[in-house]
Design a binder for this molecule. Structure first.
Ligand code: FES
Length: 64
């Protein structure tokens, strides 16, 4: 599986986000899920530059 770094500041990988999403289902609001992923992995709490990338990855995984 893809295990590239999504958030450079906090070194959060695709797989880290995937794991953080394990307790979520497709019906949830992406922005709410984002907050939870952020809380768990600390992604997007540095420069914030990865924000859209993180959202994209969350959407992608949730749609899968
Ligand atoms: S790259 Fe994610 S907060 Fe900077």
């Amino acid at each position: 599986m893809e295990n590239y770094i999504i958030c450079n500041c906090k070194q959060v990988s695709y797989t880290d986000i995937e794991h953080a999403l394990e307790n979520h289902n497709k019906m949830e609001d992406v922005l709410e899920v984002f907050k939870d992923v952020q809380r768990i992995t600390h992604c997007s709490t540095g420069c914030g530059g990865c924000h859209d990338k993180v959202l994209d990855v969350i959407s992608e995984i949730m749609m899968a």
